[in-house]
Design a protein around this ligand. Structure first.
Ligand SMILES: Cc1ncc(COP(=O)(O)O)c(C=O)c1O
Length: 446
């Protein structure tokens, strides 16, 4: 399949998307017969009718429980506690993650944030260098730049995909831009092929935040291996949870050596004498960022289950979303056919209120009354937070964009449904019925 055939979401301007947003534009519009919504039967629970979902709360909590540790993790920790070889666990986890991803160099870190800070140190840019990063992102991705005099350029996300909007990046490129740093929100891969092409054209380093995307891939290549440097987080909520943990991923040996030496004073002496980092043996660069061996032991066990868990979660999502996206005005963020996404934290759906004929608030209220575990969460946009508007923290003040239409679209249109981490057909089918019931009464929600 050529790149053209698999599509080019970023090529579709977000202005066009926002003007005509909805299922039709996403290619999700259904023939009339298929999209027919069920006829109103019982009244909505908000109006005194019975609840559609009668799934027991304790079973719901068991199905949504995360992280999921079992005997394998307990045994691995017990085995490790009984040895005096704690640190041997780290290269074992690194070896297994390397085999899984196919990256040439990597290092396990105490968390994703320390991997990000080490990565910024590794790229060794001049103070004042600007790095393009989504505002819809975790604080460390922008804030750790401060330590090296780098400055974030806040990039919007594309409303169709929820990830890095290349069109916005092209507009905001300056003579000081040195790197791009996309993030794969909620497991949806950014369009790394187009981002790499742009980076090549402008001679930029590609950094990648794969903290939401363990096991996701594009064109058969794992996320976390597309950037020149990349990071994972293994924090407790993530698809591969070690409670705390992170991984730095590097294609270039010098990047690996610098990133590692930043957080490990013993690392430089393990490098060849010809390495420019070797002379910092015994000191490193002042941090201690090595992963805790207990996290590595848990990570090794979780890695064995990662693909199966991702597949199970996806199967549950498909059973749920396939009927839901036939409801007028409800859609999923778009993923290209050559991208394999995973699901981190929640199953995000997007409501086009104009098409559906009712507001998101009305929908959430109605679904909650039906017993659906629906929620919304406004992902904090970095550019709106105080620290970015105080010049003293920055080499030069970051430009605060007046608006981020893509962020607004995703933050205002999404609903989150829980992910189910076990066989969950019963509750999923009840959820689908609850949605269909709400749509059947949509005139009462308007
Ligand atoms: C997108 C993203 N990047 C980086 C991080 C930082 O990872 P950690 O919490 O392991 O420091 C997180 C954490 O939630 C994240 O969501």
């Amino acid at each position: 399949m050529t790149r053209k055939e698999v599509g080019n979401i970023s090529g579709e301007s977000r202005r066009n998307f926002l003007q005509s947003s909805g299922a039709a534009l996403l290619g999700l519009a259904m023939p009339e017969a298929l999209s027919a919504e069920p006829r109103a039967a019982e009244s909505l629970a908000t109006l005194g009718g019975g609840k559609t979902v009668d799934f027991p709360q304790d079973k719901f909590e068991e199905l949504t429980r995360w992280p999921r540790y079992g005997q394998a993790e307990k045994d691995a920790l017990h085995r490790l506690i009984d040895t005096d070889k704690f640190y041997e666990e780290l290269p074992l986890f690194e070896k297994e993650w390397k085999e899984y991803t196919g990256i040439p160099y990597l290092r396990a870190h105490i968390n994703g944030s320390s991997a990000i800070t080490s990565m910024f140190f590794a790229i060794d840019l001049e103070p004042g260098s600007e790095i393009m990063v989504p505002s819809y992102d975790f604080p460390t991705d922008c804030l750790a730049m401060r330590f090296f005099g780098y400055v974030p350029i806040f990039i919007d996300i594309h409303p169709a995909t929820g990830t890095f909007d290349l069109e916005d990046a092209r507009r905001k490129f300056t003579s000081r831009t040195r790197a791009v740093f996309p993030m794969h929100s909620w497991g949806m891969p950014s369009e790394m092929d187009h981002i790499r092409d742009f980076a090549k054209e402008k001679s930029l380093i590609v950094l990648e935040d794969a903290a939401h995307a363990h096991g996701a891939s594009m064109q058969g290549r794992k996320m976390g291996t597309w950037g020149d440097l990349a990071i994972f987080s293994f924090q407790a909520s993530k698809c591969l949870p070690t409670v705390e943990g992170g991984m730095g991923m590097y294609h270039n040996e010098l990047h690996f050596q610098r990133a590692t030496a930043f957080g490990e004073y013993l690392a430089p002496e393990t490098y060849p004498a010809s390495s420019p980092v070797h002379r910092y043996a015994g000191t490193g660069f002042g941090q201690k960022y090595r992963m805790h061996p207990f996290s590595a032991a848990v990570g090794r066990m979780q890695l064995r289950k990662l693909d199966a868990m991702n597949a199970l979660v996806e199967k549950n999502v498909r059973r749920q979303n396939d009927p839901l996206i036939q409801l007028t005005g409800l859609s999923e963020p778009r993923v290209r056919p050559d991208q394999k996404r995973v699901y981190y934290h929640a199953n995000m759906l997007l409501l086009d209120s104009a098409k559906a004929g009712f507001s998101r608030d009305a929908l959430v209220k109605a679904l909650k009354a039906e017993g659906v575990g629906v929620s919304t969460w406004v992902y904090p946009e970095q550019h709106k937070l105080t620290i970015y508007s105080e010049a003293k923290w920055w080499h030069h003040p970051p430009v605060i964009p007046p608006s981020m239409p893509g962020d607004d679209y995703i933050n205002n249109q999404h609903i989150f449904l829980p992910l189910f981490y076990d066989q969950a057909n019963d509750i999923i089918d009840q959820y689908v019925k609850a949605f269909q019931k709400v749509w059947a009464h949509k005139s009462q929600l308007a």
